[in-house]
Design a protein around this ligand. Structure first.
Ligand SMILES: Nc1ncnc2c1ncn2[C@@H]1O[C@H](COP(=O)(O)OP(=O)(O)OP(=O)(O)O)[C@@H](O)[C@H]1O
Ligand SMILES: [Mg+2]
Length: 262
């Protein structure tokens, strides 16, 4: 793969749930070293697109290529990891064990880690990943005792221990306070800049998207409405959310929202 080739390439992705088309021919690319943000109203297909990439949903059509290799629909790709708004750590296990879990796929131990002591070399790699996110000193604590922002960084360390080349983040900072959000976004940025990861993050904060990403993708109705490396105007962002705001306003004006209080 050439230096400028996209690490992640999505072409013509389609997905319907029953009658409802959720992804309507979505295409975009994320190169190594790039942070791309996805913005769009609730239900516009942001999570579904990332879930297709990571194999949690099976697309009806389209191709997903990672590092030049086309993924099998609905199957996980080892080079792709995902972090979520609701952080999926095992709270009673140590921080280090949670990071080691990133290596389960290549160890072929996906179901048995609750009774497993991880090999020494995996623990050493996990420590290095924890160090990368600034939490090496918390390795022995139970994951559930860390703050939300710290837990999100542990989830990122687990992705690194998976040796991910592509990091997908679905609202990684929506549950975090401003300082923790800033730390997590700085971390994602530096993983792209310093480690060459391709990062795609769903955000509901246009300002964070502007500050931390190289490109902003606007999604509406499962389609791309803009893909911009230049400054995205306030109007373009407002357009993404306008239909939902108009629907809310019309509910309010017909009294749906206020009736009970009349
Ligand atoms: N498993 C499912 N079964 C049925 N419908 C689904 C399923 N998953 C998602 N949908 C529908 O697909 C549409 C897109 O959902 P998706 O979660 O991708 O939106 P989103 O852009 O991530 O929204 P949000 O900002 O609320 O997270 C929604 O209408 C949702 O109800
Ligand atoms: Mg979502």
């Amino acid at each position: 793969m050439s230096e400028h080739a996209a690490t992640l390439s999505i072409e013509g992705l389609r997905k319907a749930f029953g009658e409802k088309t959720v992804l309507d021919g979505l295409s975009f690319q994320v190169a190594s070293g790039e942070v791309v943000s996805l913005l769009g109203a609730n239900g516009s297909g942001k999570s579904t697109s990332l879930r297709c990439v990571v194999g949690l949903e099976r697309p009806d059509a389209g191709t997903i290529t990672v590092g030049g290799v086309t993924a099998k629909p609905g199957e996980a790709v080892p080079e792709v990891a995902m972090v979520f708004q609701k952080i999926h750590l095992v709270p009673r296990r140590s921080v280090l064990d949670n990071v080691c879990a990133g290596a389960l796929g290549r160890l072929g131990l996906s179901r048995s880690w609750s009774v497993l002591a991880f090999p020494r070399e995996v623990q050493a790699e996990a420590m290095a990943c924890l160090d990368r996110v600034g939490l090496a000193d918390r390795a022995r604590e139970k994951a559930g005792r860390l703050s939300g922002g710290q837990q999100q960084r542990v989830a990122v360390a687990r992705a690194l221990c998976q040796r991910a080349k592509v990091l997908l983040a679905d609202e990684p900072v929506s549950a975090l306070d401003p300082a923790a959000s800033e730390q997590v976004m700085n971390l994602l940025r530096s993983l792209a800049d310093d480690d060459g990861l391709a990062v795609a993050a769903v955000l509901h904060q246009p300002d964070l998207a502007r500050r931390f990403s190289d490109r902003i993708l606007g999604l509406a109705g499962g389609r791309l409405v803009f893909d911009s490396s230049a400054e995205v105007t306030d109007e373009a962002v407002a357009d993404l959310y306008r239909p939902a705001l108009e629907a809310a306003a019309s509910m309010a004006s017909t009294g749906t929202a206020t009736k009970e209080f009349a």
